[in-house]
Design a protein around this ligand. Structure first.
Ligand SMILES: Nc1nc2c(c(=O)[nH]1)N[C@H]1C(S)=C(S)[C@@H](COP(=O)(O)OP(=O)(O)OC[C@H]3O[C@@H](n4cnc5c(=O)[nH]c(N)nc54)[C@H](O)[C@@H]3O)O[C@H]1N2
Ligand SMILES: Nc1nc2c(c(=O)[nH]1)N[C@H]1C(S)=C(S)[C@@H](COP(=O)(O)OP(=O)(O)OC[C@H]3O[C@@H](n4cnc5c(=O)[nH]c(N)nc54)[C@H](O)[C@@H]3O)O[C@H]1N2
Ligand SMILES: [Mo]
Length: 726
């Protein structure tokens, strides 16, 4: 701090953190007279992030100037094996021409679907994430990627109830009396929400955490509820049953604003408290107290995590929990309701960003020629299978950016087997020499957010941020959009869209009729750095006043609905849409496919359910190469219960072999009672490079998809554990 104050020659640039985190902090970059980034700090003016940065980003200069930073395009040396880390420097011109001549040849021989882009949220920028997902790939007719690794199961489950994924303003949690963090580790993954929760606590609110592992967040809670993993749907339905039994429901609200509440009530009656206790492993008394407190200590709010949804039955769990606010009439009041994600609130002009229209270019190379109107879609969770099994055509070229699939995708032994294929032409556009970059044929260097322009929305609050570049690109690094535009031109695609600059894309994204973006222009953001969406009230309280349904609008009569975005305009506790999609029209509990209940045979061989959620000092695999943060995380570790440790003769600090039918890894034991017997917890994600035997926890996880939304199932993962040595 003092450093900054004493050096008036430092330039201060308004920007924001681009990483995949709900908080998307407004940030200041401090640059010295030589153009070097000296430090970053939180922008104190932002009312949500309030000038604080997390441990990971507080020393961002360590990441920007990391020894792993890629600075030049490189080509794998002829004769070397994939993964050997044998590369030679080439020019950008050579790189672009080698890539596009290979692509042209592949398209001629096998069609454009033989080319597979793979990307996720290395940056969450509208330009360098969202726009880059469409455009070139649409024009080319390449195989599409279902970006489903993170949120798609949760959004699918939640949307059956409310019609979209929107919900509470996080700043409104300060006004709650009873707050549940359900399957989310806020103290690590959503740090800037904690002050709002503490503010509520200081006014007497109770803070409850529901998690199979006693997290940092649980340590900050007034009440820690520890169900067996994957049983939360039963807990939610059991709570609803008790709420109805005790007459604590809001019948007037249910009558006016929901559909099917009586059928739902009858479904929940299948979860009497004794059965709920048996499924969840919680005591009858605790479930009763939870149901009563949630419905009487109002206003009550739920922060629902994506973490919880990465379970084989994750969509169904989220769906069941999403019904709770309706039953007690929690919507439409301050401090009350539920927050899963804020993303859907941002009225960004998607048409201008994604350019889906380019999918239908009448071109001889277009997928129409290859017998399909729209290209096939590969689920990113199944990239290992896609690379090793997919035919007609097989994937012959892979273009990776904004992601590190070798480390972050499930079933990583299969992913690496695919990446090893000598007949696969892999291009990796990266900032760092990651586990994935090691398998590239061509590596392209990417800018960090300090070096390029972008616009950020957020999945955890209601502010937009402009990221203004603070320093020149390091080495020859280039931003995603610039590289994709160059590739498009070298492919011969003449559409003017491939001349659009980041600024033009941002202006297009903000070009919206929505009152929520009124006055939030490019120029406004250049001056202020950030802006909160122009919500009718602050904090925003969704569903707080009646709105017209489309029929009412057409008839010119006053609104009677609250604006739920389902087909009926009401909360669908009974969902015909779910039924049409092949699901139970009512929420239900299904045991996870890998569990004692779901697969007793497998569970007798592999009796431990391994959860591998977010690590405090890493962000997925990002930051896991920063030495100071590795020190925070110490070693690849696993928390196991005292009972499981005793049975296996394991002491705290022993190295363990953790294995199942998919693979094995070595992790250091932390023995204690943060987990129950039969459950283990290993924070993710170390790089394979820095893990014993070069395998991280994803060597164990399954590429099975969730019940809905095609999501990932990292937490439905049975393993066995035994003592070993390094
Ligand atoms: N420090 C840090 N912050 C991050 C990330 C990171 O890697 N590190 N990742 C970012 C990303 S991409 C995302 S999507 C978000 C995710 O943020 P969160 O939604 O908080 O997700 P996780 O921390 O993965 O998981 C949250 C909790 O879910 C619990 N859980 C697992 N299974 C179950 C279950 O069946 N029931 C219940 N009740 N709980 C369960 C886990 O034990 C874990 O404590 O965080 C973002 N922020
Ligand atoms: N076991 C287990 N695995 C998990 C999870 C879990 O909970 N448990 N969580 C899952 C979740 S929620 C998610 S979201 C995924 C995340 O998976 P990814 O989105 O792949 O996330 P990261 O590991 O952060 O890797 C992002 C990469 O993008 C690079 N990058 C950053 N900015 C740029 C840029 O501007 N351009 C280019 N070209 N590259 C850039 C970074 O250097 C980094 O290597 O991981 C999933 N994997
Ligand atoms: Mo995520």
């Amino acid at each position: 701090m003092s450093n900054r104050l004493e050096r008036p020659e430092l330039r201060v640039i308004k920007t924001a953190c681009p990483h995949d985190c709900p908080d998307t902090c407004s940030m200041l970059a401090h640059v010295d007279e030589t153009g070097r980034l000296i430090s970053v700090s939180g922008n104190p003016d932002n009312p949500f992030t309030r000038g604080n940065l997390c441990r990971k980003v507080a020393h961002y200069e360590e990441r920007v100037y990391s020894k792993d930073r890629l600075l030049y395009p490189m080509r794998r040396i002829t004769g070397s094996k994939k993964g050997e880390n044998a590369f030679e420097r080439i020019t950008w011109d050579t790189a672009i021409s080698e890539i596009t001549s290979r692509w042209k040849q592949i398209i001629t021989e096998s069609g454009p679907e033989a080319i597979q882009p793979y990307s996720y949220a290395g940056t969450m920028g509208i330009v360098n994430m969202s726009a880059c997902d469409g455009r070139l790939w649409n024009r080319m007719g390449a195989s599409q990627l279902l970006r489903s690794i993170c949120s798609s199961a949760a959004e699918a489950g939640y949307s059956y109830v409310n019609g979209w994924s929107g919900g509470m303003d996080p700043e409104d949690f300060a006004n709650s009396k009873f707050i549940i963090a359900w399957g989310t580790n806020i103290s690590s993954t959503n740090v800037h929400l904690m002050p709002f929760i503490r503010e509520a606590q200081s006014r007497g609110a109770k803070f409850v955490v529901i998690d199979p592992y006693k997290t940092r967040t649980a340590n900050a809670a007034d009440w820690f509820v520890q169900p067996a993993p994957g049983t939360d749907a039963a807990l939610a339905l059991g709570m609803v049953n008790l709420i109805f039994q005790n007459g604590l429901h809001d019948e007037a609200f249910l009558e006016s604003y929901s559909i099917g509440w009586k059928a739902f009530r009858d479904r929940c009656a299948e979860y009497p408290v004794e059965r709920t206790a048996e499924i969840t492993g919680l005591s009858i008394d605790e479930i009763e107290r939870l149901a009563v407190a949630y419905s009487t200590e109002t206003p009550s709010a739920i922060r629902l995590g994506y973490g919880l949804s990465r379970t084989a039955n994750g969509g169904g769990m989220i769906r069941a929990i999403a019904c709770l606010p309706a039953v007690i009439g929690a919507w439409g009041k301050p401090g009350s309701g539920l927050l899963l994600s804020a993303s859907a609130h941002f009225p960004i002009n998607k048409t201008r960003v994604k350019r889906q229209d380019l999918l239908h270019s009448p071109d001889e190379e277009s997928p129409v020629k290859w017998g399909r109107r729209t290209p096939r879609v590969v689920n990113m969770n199944e990239i290992g299978k896609a690379l090793t099994e997919l035919q007609d055509p097989p994937i012959r070229a892979l273009y990776v950016y904004n992601s590190n699939p070798a480390a972050i995708a499930p079933n990583s032994n299969l992913v690496i087997e695919g990446l090893r294929r000598e007949d696969l032409f892999t291009v990796v556009h990266e900032q760092m020499m990651t586990d994935t970059a090691l398998y590239a044929d061509i590596i392209l260097p990417a800018t960090s957010q300090m070096e390029c322009l972008d616009l950020m929305a957020s999945y955890g609050h209601l502010y937009v941020n402009l990221c203004t570049p603070a320093i020149e690109p390091l080495g020859e690094s280039r931003a995603n959009i610039d590289v994709l535009n160059s590739l498009a031109k070298a492919m011969g695609y003449a559409e003017p869209v491939f001349d659009e600059t980041a600024e033009e894309i941002i202006r297009g994204a903000l070009d919206s009729q929505s009152p929520l973006l009124e006055g939030i222009t490019y120029e406004y953001l250049q001056e202020h750095g950030f802006a909160k969406l122009r919500t009718p009230s602050d904090p925003y309280v969704p569903y707080s006043s009646p709105v017209q349904t489309s029929a009412e609008h057409a008839a010119g009569v006053a609104g009677t609905g609250l604006g739920f975005r389902t087909g009926s305009g009401k909360i669908e506790l009974y969902s015909k849409k779910a039924e049409r999609d092949g699901y139970d029209p009512l929420p239900t509990y299904v045991p996870p496919s890998e569990s004692v209940e779901g697969n007793p045979g497998l569970a007798s061989q592999y009796p431990i359910n391994l959860l591998s959620p977010a690590a405090h000092h890493f962000l997925n695999s990002s930051f896991a190469n920063v030495e100071s943060l590795q020190k925070g995380e110490r070693e690849p570790r696993i928390w196991i219960s005292t009972a499981d440790a005793r049975e296996r003769g394991v002491a705290d600090g022993d190295w363990l072999r953790v294995f199942n039918g998919r693979g094995e890894v070595k992790l250091r034991a932390v023995v204690g009672d943060n987990v129950r017997r039969g459950v283990a917890w290993s924070p993710s994600l170390w790089w394979h490079r820095d893990s014993p035997d070069e395998r991280n926890v994803n060597a164990l996880t399954s590429d099975r998809l969730t019940d809905m939304g095609g999501g990932s199932t990292f937490h439905t993962n049975l393993v066995q554990i035994e003592k070993t040595s390094l």
